[in-house]
Design a protein around this ligand. Structure first.
Ligand SMILES: NC(=O)c1ccc[n+]([C@@H]2O[C@H](COP(=O)([O-])OP(=O)(O)OC[C@H]3O[C@@H](n4cnc5c(N)ncnc54)[C@H](OP(=O)(O)O)[C@@H]3O)[C@@H](O)[C@H]2O)c1
Length: 233
């Protein structure tokens, strides 16, 4: 049996970081070697930990910089923190390839959202009229959600039009966690594809899949599909 993959979690004290730590210690092929927070000097702490893969779950907008720090420490980045732009993702990809490493940027770890996006692409081929409704808890600051923007991009790609032309409606209301519905309208029929979440646990399997994927990744791709569909060899 090979040695467990050594993992460092950055943002370890947060909601997502706590979930990740719990899931990592619950499996035999991963080993939690560092739980890092705001007070730690990231690069030095990563180097000292011996981590092979770093998982960033901190504050929106910090993911790309933390990914660069990880690469500088020769640690493979998995960035779950919101707000990594496509340009930042490309810069991470270039930096990783330059040092022969890989990782993954994951805007959404949920299995259901990945499957929803696959179903949306199929439906978008048949229904030109489509709107996205994303509904989140009142504390979510960004709107539209990154996941909704990604859905619109996928629809635009399939339909050969700019993503901005796909209407997105954002609902922010107490009581909800995170739901997304994609509504397609045809002649005398409506197709609704809907994903609902009831707790952070929905991100657990994706977190583990992303960490395992990163161990063998070349470059830094974007999206949980790379992990669920298996590493590219
Ligand atoms: N990809 C996905 O599927 C997914 C799903 C859910 C959430 N998210 C994203 O994941 C991130 C974390 O979410 P959360 O709900 O866990 O937030 P949270 O509960 O606020 O936790 C964030 C943690 O990161 C720490 N932190 C902040 N800045 C840091 C820094 N510069 N260095 C080290 N640690 C730092 C915080 O420490 P302090 O308490 O000291 O500030 C806190 O412990 C957010 O960006 C969120 O949008 C992604």
């Amino acid at each position: 049996m090979s040695a467990p993959l050594k993992i460092a979690v950055v943002g370890a004290g947060g909601r997502m970081g706590s979930l990740a730590r719990e899931r990592i210690v619950g499996v035999g092929d991963l080993e939690l070697v560092a739980s890092l927070g705001r007070g730690d000097a990231l690069r030095r702490a990563l180097e000292d930990s011996g981590a092979e893969v770093g998982l960033d779950l901190t504050a929106a907008g910090q993911g790309a910089a933390h990914g660069m720090e990880m690469l500088a420490a020769r640690v493979r980045p998995v960035i779950g923190t919101s707000g990594v732009t496509c340009e930042e993702n490309e810069a991470l990809d270039r930096a990783a390839r330059a040092v022969g490493l890989g990782g993954l940027v994951v805007p959404n770890f949920s299995l259901g959202i990945w499957l929803l996006s696959r179903a949306v692409e199929e439906a978008a081929r048949h229904y030109p009229r489509v709107e996205v409704i994303e509904m989140h808890h009142a504390n979510k600051l960004d709107a539209p959600s990154g996941t909704a923007l990604n859905t619109a991009e996928r629809i635009g790609r399939v339909q050969g039009r700019p993503a901005q032309e796909v209407p997105i409606h954002s609902v922010r209301i107490p009581g909800l966690l995170s739901n997304q519905e994609v509504m397609f309208g045809g002649e005398g029929e409506v197709l609704r594809l809907r994903h609902e979440t009831y707790g952070l646990a929905c991100f657990g399997p994706g977190i583990l899949a992303a960490l395992r994927y990163a161990a063998a990744a070349e470059g830094v791709e974007r999206g949980i599909e790379h992990a669920f569909e298996g590493p590219r060899t």
